[in-house]
Design a protein around this ligand. Sequence first.
Ligand code: ZN
Length: 305
Amino acid sequence: MTLPEFQTEARAANLDEALGFTIPARNARGRLVRLGPLLGHILSAHDYPAPIARTLSEALVLAALLGSLLKEEEGQLTIQAQTESGIIELLVVDFRAGDLRGYVRFAAARLSDLPSHRDLAALFGKGYFAITFDHPVADQRYQGIVPLEGGSLAEAAQNYFSQSEQLPSVVRVAVDDTGHVAGGILVQHLPEGEEGRDRLHTRLDDPDWEHVRLLAETIKGNELSDPALPLADALWRLFHEEEVRVQGAIALRKGCRCNFDYIRAVIARFDPAERARMVDEDGFISVDCEFCSRVFPLSPSDFED
Ligand SMILES: [Zn+2]
């Protein structure tokens, strides 16, 4: 592996970033992500108990891993986990141009039922996992829905790619004991590697993929979530015998589209009679942003010309 000058930059900023890489000779691509301050920023808008906060942190890492695959700058990646009977009723995270946000709806009264070894079934019951890639410029949307199965959200995502996308993948996510730092890795058999070849070459038994998969699976949770270990160094530990091309780091931050003008524009699309029905007893149309736990009270006069 040749280490580009990039590594020195990575040392300076090990948190709230995604690092892209490819292993061309093995037709593999990947992302490494580590989140720090932005987790605190997102979680501080809510008052989630530890297991919920941890699950949201894991989902945010996943959103950063998958979202940073988007080639279109205005593209958006959304992950929704929805259940029929779970303690977590709905989990939503999304990514757009490095902006991450997320929230969880859950049954607080049932949290005491949660076993100490929480797995997906304990949290979500019978659940579904929807991953949506929106490409607004190309006007395309890809959505896949799979049952929420496996020991973790990372495992569910890995199953999603293998089954729904026929894209052999390794996905690992770890949150450190403090809950303040989380990290993850995604490695995939590169679809471009299929060009001009038999589709079977991306099957799980491809020897190049098998090699990359085995190396990727040696990553330890504390390597993903240790802020002292630069992402480029974690990559080096995994693939130092390979020729890895490291791409520029993508800066990540907490971002939401909610602001007064945006909310007002959304409500303005309703006709006046509908708007009148939305006015509450205090005389406002109250619109809340669940991502930010923030309420925007709009007055009917905001819609007069
Ligand atoms: Zn918001």
